[in-house]
Design a protein. Structure first.
Length: 276
């Protein structure tokens, strides 16, 4: 594990842990992020006390952003032939975890970051600062971390089609209206609201919480095999002409726009495609 991890883990009480992501300047998800999150999630799965895990970011304007495709070669490979991809394994373990996962979302939450958020049990978003999207299709790629499996079950087929096909950015108010997030709150009220939810859940019976989550999972989650297939299709799309021809144009645009590209990614994806 690298000395400078992108993940900070803090145990605030026997029942509660906080996981904070930081990979400045724009919080791209890298291989180390996946490995460290997997390590923590696996450790907590056997912890007899943990009841609530809160996920947040310490980088202003960004929650968990999309994968860093420039570092795709560094993403952890499956443990062996036929094994579940590491990213898919992570989001599946989060969904099944015998504790409740809560996201405090401020900033851009796109691609793999949005798929990670969809794996959490409860998502509370800053009305002023949270932005959501699945930008893969506009870049010639396919979502691979559960977006195509979870979003239709969360917001409906037609809205999921709009989100994924247009690769646009969506504000927190729209996300709340569509059921993409649990609630959107004024930014000044977000932390206190989440803290109150955490304290309430941490006071409940652990077995009842875990059992109720498992029952709801049984009624609502997509089959694991669908997420495994989606990651394979995402990996294959990295080799296709649709992505390769657009990657050069996006790179040129990134050199012109700098970090503003990540602030207005949905808009820039449209610009890059229309310039072709």
């Amino acid at each position: 594990m690298s000395e400078q991890s992108t993940i900070h883990y803090e145990r605030t009480s026997p029942q509660v842990a906080k996981i904070t992501f930081a990979n400045p300047p724009v919080n791209l998800i890298v291989g180390e992020t996946v490995l460290r999150l997997t390590e923590i999630v696996e450790e907590l799965a056997t912890d007899p006390d943990i009841q609530v895990v809160v996920f947040g970011s310490s980088v202003p304007d960004f929650f968990y952003n999309h994968f860093d495709l420039a570092a795709a070669a560094d993403f952890p490979a499956p443990d062996g032939e036929g094994a579940v991809p590491k990213w898919t394994d992570l989001v599946l373990k989060l969904s099944r975890a015998p504790y409740i996962t809560i996201a405090t979302i401020r900033g851009r939450t796109r691609g793999g970051g949005n798929e990670l958020a969809l794996a959490f049990d409860l998502r509370y978003a800053s009305r002023e600062k949270a932005i959501f999207g699945q930008p893969e299709v506009g870049s010639g790629l396919l979502p691979g971390g559960g977006g195509t499996e979870r979003l239709p079950r969360t917001i409906g087929r037609d809205r999921a089609l709009e989100v994924i096909l247009t690769s646009a950015d969506y504000d927190a108010s729209t996300a709340e209206q569509w059921g993409w997030v649990t609630r959107a709150l004024p930014d000044a009220e977000l932390d206190a609201f989440v803290d109150a939810i955490v304290s309430r859940l941490a006071s409940f019976d652990r077995t009842s919480l875990a059992s109720a989550k498992a029952m709801i999972n049984r009624a609502s989650l997509p089959p694991d095999a669908d997420l495994v297939a989606a990651y394979s299709e995402f990996a294959h799309s990295l080799t296709l002409p649709g992505f390769l021809t657009r990657a050069a144009g996006t790179q040129a645009l990134a050199e012109q726009a700098g970090t503003d590209l990540e602030y207005r990614l949905g808009e820039y994806i449209g610009i890059a495609n229309q310039r072709r």
